[in-house]
Design a protein around this ligand. Sequence first.
Ligand SMILES: Nc1nc2c(ncn2[C@@H]2O[C@H](COP(=O)(O)OP(=O)(O)OP(=O)(O)O)[C@@H](O)[C@H]2O)c(=O)[nH]1
Ligand SMILES: [Mg+2]
Length: 649
Amino acid sequence: MILGTAGHIDHGKTTLVRALTGVDTDRLPEEKRRGITIDLGFAPLLLDGMGTIGVVDVPGHEGFIRTMLAGASGIDMALLVIGADEGVMPQTKEHLEILSLLGITKGVVALTKSDLVDDEWLALVKDDVQLLLGGTSLEGSAVVPVSAATGAGMEALRNAILATALRVEPRTVSDDLFRMPVDRVFTVMGTGTVVTGTVWSGSVSRNASLFIRPGNRAARVRGVQKHGATVATAFAGGRAALSLAGFEVADIARGSVVVSDPGWLPTGQLEAEVIISPGAPPLTSRTRLRFHIGTSDVGCRLVGDFGNRAAGTRNPQPMRIVLDQPVIARGGDRFVLRYPSPPRTIGGGEVVDPYPARRKTAAAMRAAAHEVSGPGQPNGTAGFVWEADATDAADPAHAYESAAPGSARLRRMLSAAGMSGISLTSLPIRLGCPPSAVSANCTTVGAVTIDGRAYDRSCVDQICEDLFVAISVQVANHPLEEGVSLQTLRASFGTAAEVIDEALNRLAGTGRIELKSALARPSGWIPTLDTREQALSDAIMHDICVQPSEPPSVSELTGKFGSEAPALLRKLERDGELERVSDDRYYSMAAIAQVMDTLKSRLEPGRIYAPAELREVLGVSRKYLIPLLEFCDRAGITERSAGGRAIPR
Ligand SMILES: Nc1nc2c(ncn2[C@@H]2O[C@H](COP(=O)(O)OP(=O)(O)OP(=O)(O)O)[C@@H](O)[C@H]2O)c(=O)[nH]1
Ligand SMILES: [Mg+2]
């Protein structure tokens, strides 16, 4: 667990950290000389009954807000330090806003330097502070007067920190992907390059293979330390120092991110729910802003609907964030937006999808965010309403709460992906959940998983409907065919064959279609011929029946009746009117029965008859005889042997 300080310059953060931990975190000569904190400081804090937690001390100087942001992201609880003599100051407010935007809901307020003020003044400042906290993520936090100089109130402060720390939900999920935004890089004689940070998720052990992002350099972990002691493994929610083999200090910097999953790639665009502070200057899609996530900060612009921002509200808006340089992000990550000049924090938000499809206009974005709230949801539910999940966040008093819970984000991603679906292996990053939670998340939103991808259920339902219509139309238009070839169906929908096959199986499973030898047709479908086709069919049948033992060939019939003849012949065969004796010739059922009767009555079982004898028996010319006998062989009426054919005994 990590506690991070916050508060205006010179209000006593570093002094309080030293009083709590015994560690002076201002270690740079320049910090000593100027008497201010310039860079992040780190110290372990032993809490009785809980163990050691990490402390990150941040600078209060307004010029070092970027450093404060790098320190504040990744903390579990805040220690907001307010000098009782000066009270609430600009960076008190800005740091508090940043904590709110980062969704940090656990904290303690230290009203320090209480030795410098009298009780009356202290009471007034305390009132101011309570007013300030209202509507922020730290509303309701304990406010503890202390003095690092006299030690007054220190015990109460420790108790308040412990009580708050006990309410922090542990972050450790053992099978999650490892990620650590780097906040310091240095060289240790004899050890080499060391990077430190707060482990955001997963765990890291000695000899692990990692990747340094952005970029694609692989690293091996030589050793792991926590609060200066060597450990086998460092876990999410704790500090870690990793010594990396084969790296120079120049190769890595604050803002780099160490990850374990090779698929966790930097992204240049994000889909997000963005909150813009009511007091922010007017913004357009051309306004250059700074985007702070983890320990990195890059230039960005927002693409979305700015007109929708009602004055005085902090409603999250769906927006696309286009970054100047790629960053490592995960669904559900919090970020902060700052205006460059004059520099100030103007908002922040939550990542909805770190790898959104390329896009798209502002109108399309709005549609994407709201289309999922439309009617027609499966299972008779009232339907997913994006706004409903965000009602709390729409209330300015709860602006720090998640605007886009995991299930809502997954629904939105699936809907945007449509029939392309989303690879299940990408979901731990896109959705921001441990790999082991992917399948439960998919179940929650009713996603359909096919061949390693998740699809929006309503999309799959729609494909089923479209397929059923396509099959019905196709068979109605081609009544002479037995059904629609699956090959044709797969090719005519621009969707993965696996999805089409799944949809076909669903349709077959519910009895709406029949699947037979690579063909699909509506269940119980009976083709009906129009008058012309029926007349043609009758005429063909007539020609075959007038010369029953020597019927015309398919080619002859096609020559006489036209190109539909082969299909009509196949249909007559399916209907049980004709038997296909060879590739090019059909016989009427009556003629076939006649042949069989003749053979059975005229031949002596077991005796072998030469072809010439059989020609006599059947009374057909040689041209017809051989195909007919081969048909009889296949049908088991005759048995072929060296000298001719016999009928079995
Ligand atoms: N009298 C009194 N002085 C204090 C107390 N705490 C801090 N100070 C003094 O206030 C000054 C600033 O303290 P720091 O701890 O450096 O303040 P900070 O908040 O860390 O400052 P930055 O990191 O630069 O934002 C120092 O001179 C401290 O000695 C206190 O409780 N009582
Ligand atoms: Mg300091």
